[in-house]
Write a new protein. Structure first.
Length: 290
């Protein structure tokens, strides 16, 4: 049984130079609030596997792109599953946690996502535009992303990349969830300033859009961020389903919204800690991208 004050190992790369974000500020804030109810220790992602014994839960937060330490992350994941370690987010996610192949699955299933292919024979399934986005299936933070003219598409080395039309969207908007419950939404009014975020008041239709992806995913306890763009026709299209270590932009929130989010996270952590562990390897289709 967990102790009255559960022990939390909080994983973050405090020094990672994220574009337009300061990981350290967000994690200082979150750990200070979590310490109100938990005993918290902070470690670098490279140290997590060696330190996680004796903790009630490992919270993976702003740990940076997993591409930078892929072998170590895979070892952490395998050991956590083998030893029944509770990890937050749970390791069963089907979004970015498992690579970006889910965009293919959602496209084929008719979900409202930016159309995505990974085979030359499927080029006809994409709309005819001047420029396309090519990104690695295991990409993160725009690593390896490039813009390609239509005439170059047949020359691509298919297999490890995804191809999408470049959307002339009006703005990007993100919806933040704890477990399956909506918390808040933020948007970037200027497409060229992704992290200049402002509060966004979602419509009922917006929330239904975001909820579909959270419900599709296999995470019961954890934080998810549904990133979408407002297409020229007014509809929302999924850009990414961040379910490994989504940045939360807590500094943008009003104090009451920030406080409500932290309270929801505490409740979620306590629920995960109190849950019986199951030592079964979760399916990983494309490897972890972040």
């Amino acid at each position: 049984m967990p102790s009255a004050r559960p022990h939390v190992l909080y994983v973050s790369d405090l020094a990672y130079p994220a574009k337009g974000r300061r990981y350290c500020d967000e994690d200082i804030l979150l750990t200070s609030r979590l310490r109100e109810e938990f005993d918290v220790a902070v470690c670098h992602p490279l140290d997590a596997a060696g330190l996680m014994d004796g903790f009630d839960v490992v919270v993976v937060r702003n740990s940076g792109p997993v591409l930078n330490y892929r072998a170590e992350y895979d070892a952490f994941r395998e050991r956590a599953v083998a030893d029944g370690v509770r990890v937050y987010n749970e390791l069963s996610g089907k979004g970015d946690m498992a690579g970006k192949g889910y965009l293919l699955e959602l496209t084929s299933a008719g979900y409202p996502v930016i159309p995505t292919i990974d085979r030359a024979q499927d080029l006809g399934r994409l709309p005819d535009v001047d420029t396309y986005v090519v990104k690695p299936k295991l990409g993160a933070d725009s690593i390896g992303l490039e813009f390609v003219a239509r005439e170059r598409l047949p020359e691509l080395a298919y297999g490890d990349v995804l191809v999408q039309p470049r959307i002339d969207f009006r703005y990007e908007v993100s919806f933040y969830f704890v477990d399956r419950a909506f918390q808040y939404a933020l948007y970037a009014p200027r497409p060229d300033r992704r992290w200049a975020l402002e509060p966004y008041e979602p419509t009922v239709q917006d929330l239904e859009f975001a909820q579909r992806f959270v419900d599709w995913n296999d995470i019961e306890h954890g934080i998810q961020r549904v990133d979408a763009c407002r297409a020229p026709g007014g509809e929302l299209l999924l850009v990414e389903l961040e379910d490994l270590n989504p940045y939360l932009s807590l500094d943008v929130l009003a104090p009451d919204v920030q406080g409500a989010f932290v309270a929801s996270m505490k409740t979620s952590l306590r629920a995960l800690i109190g849950r019986e562990t199951v030592r079964a390897v979760p399916a990983v289709r494309q490897g972890a991208p972040r």
